[in-house]
Design a binder for this molecule. Structure first.
Ligand code: 13P
Length: 261
C-alpha cells in the first residue's frame, strides 16, 4: 500500500475555537510532511464547517457518525446528505463508544456503511473485540463476525472506498491497556484474511488502521506489521506537542521503508 494513514478522533473534545487553533498549526506541520503520510482529523460536528473552510493542505476531514437515512424524524441525528453538503472526506462508523453508550450494533452499521457508500462518503469502519472475548480466545471469531455483518452486501468495487480501524475495546481510552505489537500484527493479518476471503484480491487494497492507546513509544512497533496501514489516535494526538514528534517518527519510518525497498 502506498500510503500510511494517520488520523485522530477528537471524540467530544475541543470547541470550534480550540479546534481552529489546533488545525492551523497541524496544517503548517502537514505541509512539510512526506506525501505518503495521509493525515485526517475527525472533529465534532460543530467544527466540521469552520474547519472545512480553512483547509489549505491535503489533510482529510471526517465526521464521527452518521444516520443511514437521507432525512426523517430522527431527532439529534445527522444524515449522509448533510455531510455530503459540508464536503467531508470520510465518516467514522461504529466506534466502540458508539456501540457501548448508544447501543449501535453491526446490523445498524451495515445500514450506515451502505448509505455512506451510496453517497460516496468513504467509511472508516471501527471493529474490535471486548476483553472477555480476548480472554476466551475468540478475538478472531469476534472480528470475523463484525466484518461479515458490517460489510454484508458491499460490492468488490465499493470496498475499495472502505477503511477499517481495528481498535480492541480493552485498549482504548483512559484505563485502556496497551496491546503488544505481536498481538496487533496477528489481528491485522486475520482481518486481512477475512477481507480477502470476502472480496478476493481487492481485499488487499483496504487500509487497516490500528487504534487504542497509540503513543510515541509504541507507534512505530505497531506500524512494522505487514498489514498495519496506519494509526488512529485519540489522546496522544489531541495536543500537538505530543502529536508532532509521533508524526516525525512516522515520517522517518516511511522514508526508511522506501529506502529499504
Ligand atoms: P486513545 O488513543 O485515546 O486510546 O483513543 C483511540 C480511539 O478511540 C480512536 O478512535
Amino acid at each position: 500500500m502506498d500510503k500510511v494513514y494517520v488520523g485522530t478522533n477528537w471524540k467530544m473534545h475541543k470547541t470550534i475555537e480550540e479546534g481552529q487553533v489546533y488545525f492551523r498549526e497541524l496544517q503548517e506541520i502537514a505541509k512539510n510532511k512526506d506525501l505518503s503520510m495521509q493525515l485526517f482529523i475527525i472533529p465534532s460536528y460543530t467544527s466540521l464547517i469552520p474547519l472545512k473552510r480553512e483547509i489549505d493542505s491535503n489533510i482529510l476531514l471526517g465526521a464521527q457518525n452518521m444516520h443511514w437515512e437521507d432525512e426523517g424524524a430522527f431527532t439529534g441525528e445527522v444524515s449522509p446528505t448533510m455531510l455530503k453538503e459540508i464536503g467531508v472526506d470520510l465518516v467514522e462508523l461504529g466506534h466502540s463508544e458508539r456501540r457501548q453508550f448508544y447501543n449501535e450494533n453491526d446490523q445498524d452499521l451495515n445500514k450506515k456503511i451502505q448509505a455512506s457508500l451510496k453517497h460516496n462518503i468513504p467509511p472508516l469502519v471501527c471493529i474490535g473485540e471486548h476483553i472477555e472475548q480476548k480472554e476466551f480466545g475468540i478475538s478472531r471469531e469476534s472480528l470475523s463476525i463484525q466484518l461479515k455483518v458490517c460489510l454484508k452486501g458491499v460490492s468488490q468495487e465499493q470496498v475499495e472506498d472502505v477503511m477499517i480501524a481495528y481498535e480492541p475495546v480493552w485498549a482504548i481510552g483512559e484505563g485502556g491497556v496497551e496491546a503488544t505489537s505481536e498481538y496487533v500484527h496477528q489481528m491485522h493479518n486475520h482481518i486481512r484474511n477475512v477481507l480477502v476471503e470476502m472480496f478476493g484480491h481487492v481485499g488487499n487494497n483496504v487500509p487497516i488502521l490500528f487504534g487504542g492507546s497509540v503513543n510515541r513509544k509504541n507507534a512505530i512497533d505497531y506500524l512494522q506489521g505487514e498489514n498495519v496501514n496506519g494509526l488512529f489516535i485519540g489522546r496522544s494526538a489531541w495536543d500537538l506537542q505530543k502529536f508532532e514528534p509521533i508524526l516525525d517518527d512516522i515520517e522517518r519510518f516511511i522514508q526508511n521503508s522506501k529506502v529499504a525497498k
